[in-house]
Write a protein that binds this ligand. Structure first.
Ligand SMILES: *Cc1c(COP(=O)(O)O)cnc(C)c1O
Length: 427
């Protein structure tokens, strides 16, 4: 059968049950797997045969769901992780060690920024952050001889900046290093970064992919295109791994499989940031409706953004699909079918007014979460960033009046009526 379209992949990708087998992906809730002889198991340890032996490294349910995401992104290999944080940590740490350097967009999720700028810095990996709007020359100037990767988010959380993937990929490849793109907010429904030159894609599957606020998880997908051997900068992938029976990942698994096999064999083995089969099953269910939900999230967000833009109590609105938005041109190029369901805006009256407005909302629940079927919102200045004064907030790219409003898949008119009554409180 010819390759199916993305909607069909959401529903049936990664799992083709045989005669009499379960129609739904089975939950293999087992830590371990049984073998007849030690020799049989030895072959698995030597990566000579493929199979399962311990669910910290691999589990059939997790692999099936990872295969579905792999198909959606158009990659060659994928793995699930315990969270989006673990996915981004593994994606970078798989190819960067003490003394190495990474160029990252400054418009990224706060958790990723902290992971890179604080925790991974303690591991001796240095990051240079560049504005996503930087010129090619400014981007070029951020590289050092130790640079091992470039990192960005397709649509930044919460800044809603759209990454010029081709610009970042060009710079990365000119320096013989891969571009890693966190595609959480766009999802492969709205953008497939590999088609624009990205080499590795990561996800917090906790967001739209699960989509129901039920399971924390992450995923890493390899495009299989980056030539690790030709680059000459990645001995970890191209020379024998003495910690894993002397395997040479590139020789044994090719550029299609080396990255994910190394991340599984080394990082899962040592850090154990594995996803539970139960969570993977929930993620698989979420993926079945991802294409339908994303369309509704985007329709609702555009309607909400247009409403807010016209409301006198609203100071400013940031949504990439809104005509006149600073990222509109990039959004039309990379996200022609819509960007995501998250809209950021500022209410007149700053921090105090924002707090009063949020309290008056009846449908939009106050949560740190985003990208859920149910509408939720956050006022960073009085919640996640409450320890900062106004000056510090601006420096972090979060204005005191900023409200992050994540449109669910409810009726858009209901959301607008709710916003309207809450805004009337501060009018
Ligand atoms: C939430 C988020 C993460 C972190 O994911 P967790 O699943 O919460 O660990 C990483 N990147 C982006 C863009 C996110 O929105």
């Amino acid at each position: 059968m010819k390759d199916t379209r993305i909607e069909t992949k959401c529903v049936q990708g990664g799992y083709k049950p045989g005669n009499g087998e379960p129609r739904q992906i089975p939950i293999v809730q087992s830590t371990t797997f049984k073998y007849a002889t030690s020799e049989d198991m030895g072959k698995l340890f030597d990566l000579e045969a493929s199979g399962y032996f311990y669910s910290r490294l691999q589990n059939p349910t997790c692999d099936t769901v990872a295969a579905r995401i792999c198909e959606l992104e158009g990659g060659t290999a994928a793995m699930l992780t315990s969270s989006g944080q673990a996915a981004n940590f593994f994606a970078v740490f798989n190819i960067a060690s003490m003394g190495d350097h990474v160029v990252a967009s400054s418009a990224i999720y706060g958790g990723s920024y902290n992971l890179f700028a604080v925790t991974m810095k303690r591991m001796g990996i240095n990051f240079t952050f560049v504005s996503p709007d930087c010129t090619e020359e400014e981007l070029e100037a951020a590289f050092t001889p130790e640079t091992k990767a470039v990192f960005g988010e397709t649509i930044a959380n919460p800044a809603l900046k759209v990454l010029d993937i081709e610009k970042f990929a060009r710079a990365a490849h000119a320096h013989g290093v891969p571009l890693i793109v966190d595609n959480t907010f766009a999802t492969p429904i709205n953008c497939r970064p590999f088609e624009w030159g990205a080499d590795i894609v990561t996800h917090s599957t906790t967001k739209y992919m699960d989509g129901h606020g039920s399971a924390v998880g992450g995923c890493i997908v390899d495009s299989g295109k980056f030539d690790w051997a030709a680059s000459g900068k990645f001995p970890g992938l191209c020379t024998p791994d003495e910690s894993y029976h002397g395997v040479n990942y590139i020789e044994r698994f090719g550029k299609e499989g080396a990255f994910i096999t190394k991340a599984t064999a080394q990082l899962m083995r040592d850090f154990g940031c594995t996803q539970s089969p139960q969570s993977a099953f929930i993620l698989g269910l979420g993926l079945e409706s991802l294409h339908v939900r994303m369309q509704r999230h985007c329709e609702n967000a555009l309607a909400v953004a247009k409403f807010l833009k016209s409301h006198p109590a609203v100071e400013w609105v940031k949504y990439p699909d809104l005509e006149g938005d600073s990222d509109y041109t990039l959004a039309k190029k990379y996200l022609p079918n819509g960007s995501c369901g998250v809209v950021s805006f500022g209410v007149k009256g700053g921090r105090v007014a924002a707090e009063r407005f949020m309290k008056a909302l009846k449908l939009g629940a106050i949560e740190t979460h985003v990208a859920d079927a149910r509408t939720c919102c956050l006022h960073p200045a009085s919640a996640t960033h409450r320890q900062m004064n106004d000056e510090e907030l601006y420096a972090a790219g979060v204005s005191p009046d900023l409200v992050r409003y994540s449109c669910g898949i409810e009726n858009a008119e209901d959301l607008i009526e709710d916003l309207n009554q809450a805004l009337s409180v501060i009018d």
